[in-house]
Design a protein around this ligand. Sequence first.
Ligand SMILES: Nc1ncnc2c1ncn2[C@@H]1O[C@H](COP(=O)(O)OP(=O)(O)O)[C@@H](O)[C@H]1O
Ligand SMILES: [Mg+2]
Length: 492
Amino acid sequence: MRILSKRGDEMMILALPGEEFTKGEYMKIVDERADTQMVVQLYDSAYLDSPGIQEDLLRDELFSGSELNRLDPLEMESLGVMIKDARVLLCKIRCVIRAGKRIPESGWLPSRSSSTVSKMGVSELYEIIGSRGTRRILLGESVNGEGNSINAEDLDGRLNIITGRKEAGKSHMAKLLVSGLLDHGAKVLIFDLNGEYGGLALSREGGVSRYAKRVKVLQPGYNLRFSLRYLGKRILVDVLQNVLEVPGATMREFMRIWDYLEQSGRVTLKDLEETINHWHCNEFVRDALLSRYYSLISSDLISDNSRYVTTIEEEFASMKDGGALIVTLSGVGPLARRMIVESVLAKLIDCLEQRTLEPVFLLAEEAHLYLRHTYWEDLITRMRHFGVFSTFVTNQPDAIGPDIYRQADNIFLYNFTNEKDIEQVAQASMTDFETVKSIVRTLEPKHCLVLGKVVGDLPVVVKSVDTDFQSLGSTRLFFTSHIESTPPVETR
Ligand SMILES: Nc1ncnc2c1ncn2[C@@H]1O[C@H](COP(=O)(O)OP(=O)(O)O)[C@@H](O)[C@H]1O
Ligand SMILES: [Mg+2]
């Protein structure tokens, strides 16, 4: 391999036929004389195009099949084939290393005549970057088959995004991250839209996994209920205002009712209903309050019975060595879903503010379905400050605003086939447009392009490992459930 040319932040490298490459692979260009090397990453390949080669190809086509073409007294043909099949590897310059240290790129160019170009494994790459932490999380293997781990420290205090088309392996990656965090004793809260994260507690054979004791599935209306007093006035006002869209005048009346209940020490659902019914106010206001009251009841999130209620602090306290609380949102209506998420998040922030809880990693799948817009900004700024470190998983890249991509520290990109989606993520992600566009288009399932802090800002393609717990997606299929019960019908 040789350097052919440089254009902007790209190096063109000449490769002969027979040398195999995979997109995303790293190469080093070593210039012995300068004791410096350049690290580049292959993002695409092309033919070597020159008028001479094109003319030759045309000649081959014209004379194909004729005797003239077979005469090759000087045995030039094999050489000609090599030249015609030569490829140009399009590579992005990633960094320059001098005396074993990463230095700013500063326009240094390796010698074109004497530099050597060779492949570079990720372990060598990571040695150069130098790793900040010691808590490893195995994600999978890189394109050359080496194991690829990240440091849990690089997820700490960070905002992560996992995106890609359906069935690409996003939730699988999310589960790998969660299990890795659990291995290091972290606390995780998961909003589980499809009811699939409970699999963390089960081994592949159907027994219990090593995470079983550290995973708790919270089902709203079953084992996730709060008392009215625990949620408190602020959160209730929040939910009424933002989820149930209570108008201003009604809201004021509600606050008066709440204060009255609090003074008389009767903050319960039963007393709330009774007080609304007997409260001196406009009929419209009463109706509005009652209808919201019934919405609250139907979400089954609040209970007066102290045996059935829990608190976020209590749930986390039972997980001394870290653990995951999985809030199941499958089978819950959209309105109730938003009420649950809003209350749980608000309570979480309360706990963190009062330091009754250690920082928590939050994992939210398709969060745009239940997280109101203002909460997004809150999550990545204020809540992050208090200690909620979010990971968003979505198959609709445009559901996450460009401002959120810009603030993301790590992005795990899976395959997209839709051109518009590719453009969108390429524009928003933290590396160059061409790399993302070219690599993401051709990523196979289970493979992702990892960008950001976890890979020292050097994009890496990773094939995720299989898990020893159940990571099955939750799509219920029609035909698989009918295979055994109905015999095939013979057709003529
Ligand atoms: N690295 C992997 N090894 C084994 N199975 C995997 C791997 N990645 C994904 N899968 C499986 O592929 C299917 C789709 O993955 P999933 O993560 O549910 O996709 P997505 O969330 O992107 O729709 C799941 O059944 C999952 O278990
Ligand atoms: Mg999924």
